[in-house]
Design a protein around this ligand. Structure first.
Ligand code: NDP
Length: 274
């Protein structure tokens, strides 16, 4: 019996998730099918209901439905509850279990694929939207020495810092407020790279040996990574590894098997470069 999974979004044609999960299924010998499904902007709930009725076992959820998936879930993982958004659903009887694997994917990419331990590190997280919110708890769980959230709209960064203050003290403000500090890991979770815009970051924020990480992928060197390189960041990485690792985490939740990601990641990177 072949189990059915899908990713729901709008738009969805660009999604690499079907390719990633097909590769995971092949390498772990899982009998499953995984499709991309376009849901109408006001039709997510119905699309999920139809999918479950057709025997769907699980789903990934992407823009703009992550908050709606959170509301639709009848049970949440702690990290999804913290994130206020769901990117992975598992259907079991009447239950809709909602999880968020984005943060775990980011942390795994940084710590395992890039070999950069987070414990004791000073982290700067740029942006205060959905992607930023989804990764804060997993970053704090990594026992970083300090987390600073900087955003164009400072109030949004401050609200996020308050929402996670029970886990660890978090600094927050606009980009200018980071002046005078330096960080070991700087993560761009803004969508500025999507439009090719540079962030007004003060000089001197990259500590010696710093890692600069842009969640954006597939656009070559983004303005953020260019600035990081020019300011002396020792390593630069895009978000392709996060994409693959959040998928692996969802796959593990559904199938109980953790796929090996290294070869697929290298293959996708070659495809994007070509
Ligand atoms: P949101 O729309 O929720 O948030 C956008 C954030 O970017 C806000 O903090 C906003 O600031 C900021 N921003 C937008 N434009 C600019 C600009 N020109 N200058 C400075 N700040 C700006 O988006 P998401 O959080 O969902 O996504 C953010 C990025 O993360 C996207 O590029 C997305 O592709 C990527 N992503 C990658 C994933 C992966 O697996 N690699 C997974 C999830 C997301 P303000 O509050 O002031 O408006």
């Amino acid at each position: 019996m072949t189990d059915l999974y899908a990713v729901f979004g709008n738009p969805i044609a660009h999604s690499k998730s079907p390719l990633i999960h097909a590769a995971f299924a092949a390498t772990t010998a899982q009998a499953m099918r995984y499709e991309a499904r376009l849901a109408a902007v006001d039709g997510f709930k119905q699309a999920i209901s139809d999918f479950v009725a057709a025997g769907g076992k699980g789903a990934n959820v992407t823009v703009p439905f992550k908050e709606e998936a959170f509301c639709l879930s009848t049970r949440l993982s702690e990290r999804a509850a913290r994130a206020g958004a769901v990117n992975t659903l598992a259907f079991e009887g009447d239950e809709i279990f909602g999880d968020n694997t984005d943060g775990a994917g980011l942390v795994r990419d940084i710590t395992v694929n890039l070999g950069c331990a987070l414990a004791g590190k000073r982290i700067l997280l740029l942006g205060a939207g959905g992607a930023s919110r989804g990764v804060i708890a997993p970053l704090l769980t990594g026992q970083s020495a300090a987390l600073f959230i900087a955003n164009r709209t400072a109030e949004k960064a401050q609200l996020l810092a308050e929402a996670f203050a029970d886990m660890a003290p978090v600094d927050a403000g606009n980009f200018a407020k980071t002046a005078g500090n330096c960080f070991d890991v700087v993560i761009n979770a803004t969508s500025a790279s999507l439009s090719g815009e540079a962030l007004p970051l003060p000089p001197g924020i990259f500590a010696p040996g710093a890692l600069a990480y842009d969640m954006m992928y597939g656009k070559g060197e983004t303005p953020f990574l260019q600035l990081a390189r020019e300011q002396g960041a020792a390593r630069c990485a895009d978000g392709l590894g996060m994409l693959v690792e959040q998928a692996a985490e969802a796959f593990f939740l559904w199938r109980g098997v953790r796929p090996i990601t290294g070869a697929l990641l290298a293959e996708l990177r070659t495809g994007l470069a070509g």
